[in-house]
Design a protein around this ligand. Structure first.
Ligand code: ZN
Ligand code: ZN
Length: 382
């Protein structure tokens, strides 16, 4: 099921980096250099980076209040006094610790270095922050919207990042395995979700990458069901969709269980989804358009008369965030590139009956992909 004719490039690189801060200073500096060149190409003097994951990607900072001002040849990082020590430990560029609202200090800095054309992250900066910055800058300065530059760079992962995602995926699968054997009829959905989260954290995860989804019986037909106090009953499907956050990187997996003996309808639907998932995985390789992967899954389900029951896209990128570009959807022409990490997760949802989804995290290679998720994809019978 893994299209993989030679070792992925990152597998040949020994992982010598320490566990906690696997992204070395050099890596952040290299990322900033790529962005610095983009600034020059677009005739921008500076870029104000305010989105948390993007700030982390460029500076290594893991706190909650930080902002980076990128210039073509250097970067200034701003934070508040609560993060003075942390910033000194994590950030490898110049740091300015300021009290009170940060943006007036940022504007003062931009004024002092005479930046004229200043980029900002259109998808992340609030209207209020934009106004504050605009008011504090001289009339001759202009604020230029920048969309997706850092996200596009983030979509292709380095060797170290793929190692981190692999560790996150493995931890997540272990937490699932340890918990799955204790699942019994009578357990509440919320209780099972709490057990999964607990085992993730026991193994060193920072926490779940998203709110763990546990749904039983007909509720499995809700693709994003939140765990309730409903109990797991015999003769019913259970859907578990979970992911861990480890060293800042997310994992994502969906598995199905059945309490008792599944009937023909469940088995048929399960095998249709599994066939679709394997077909989509088989379609993944560097250079393929994301929509072709989506189509591969959709075609199989259509063959089983289940096209209309597949109500979402086939997958998404993941990394510092649980949902990142690229999207593996019907209309996505973006080519997949070697080094991207994505999920493959077709599903079908039948009201009153239930839903089935199977999801793995995979890393794209030149010739195919590597399925990082080690957990068996058989319908687990309990
Ligand atoms: Zn998921
Ligand atoms: Zn997912």
């Amino acid at each position: 099921m893994v299209k993989f004719s030679r070792p992925a490039p990152w597998q040949t690189v020994p992982s010598s980096s320490p566990r906690k801060s696997f992204v070395g200073a050099n890596e952040c500096a290299a990322r900033r250099r790529v962005l610095g060149r983009q600034l020059v190409e677009h005739d921008l003097d500076a870029l104000v980076v305010s989105s948390g994951p993007n700030v982390r990607y460029l500076t290594g900072y893991t706190g909650s209040n930080g902002l980076a001002v990128l210039l073509p040849d250097r970067t200034m990082f701003f934070t508040d006094p609560r993060y003075r020590i942390q910033a000194a430990q994590e950030v490898d560029c110049s740091v300015r610790v300021v009290s009170g609202p940060m943006l007036p200090h940022v504007a003062q800095y931009l004024r002092r270095i005479k930046s004229r054309r200043i980029g900002f992250e259109k998808s992340h900066m609030t209207v209020e922050a934009h106004q504050t910055l605009k008011d504090a800058l001289p009339m001759r300065s202009s604020l230029e919207p920048v969309v997706g530059w850092i996200e596009r760079q983030r979509a292709v992962k380095s060797h170290q990042e793929i190692s981190a995602i692999r560790r996150s995926v493995e931890l997540n699968s272990q937490a699932y395995e340890q918990t799955a054997k204790h699942i019994r009829p009578g357990m509440r959905e919320s209780e099972l979700a709490a057990e999964l989260d607990y085992r993730m954290r026991r193994q060193g995860a920072e926490g779940p990458a998203f709110e763990t989804i546990v749904a039983a019986g007909a509720r499995t037909a809700l693709p994003h069901a939140r765990p309730t106090s409903a109990t797991l009953r015999g003769g019913a499907l259970v859907l578990v969709d979970m992911g861990a956050m480890l060293d800042g990187y997310a994992s994502d997996m969906t598995r199905m269980l059945f309490l008792g003996r599944p009937g023909t309808r469940v088995k048929r639907a399960y095998h249709a989804v599994l066939e679709a998932q394997l077909a989509a995985i088989d379609a993944v390789h560097g250079g393929v358009r994301a929509q072709a992967v989506d189509r591969a899954a959709r075609r199989v389900l259509a063959g089983h008369g289940l096209a209309r029951e597949f109500v979402h896209s086939t997958g998404h990128g993941l990394g510092l965030e649980i949902h990142e570009p690229p999207r593996i959807g019907k209309k996505e022409k973006t080519p997949l590139l070697s080094g991207m990490t994505i999920t493959i997760e077709p599903g079908v949802y039948l009201e009153g009956f239930g839903g089935i989804r199977i999801e793995d995290t995979v890393a794209v290679t030149d010739n195919g992909c590597e399925v990082l998720t080690p957990t068996s994809k058989e319908l687990r019978i309990l």
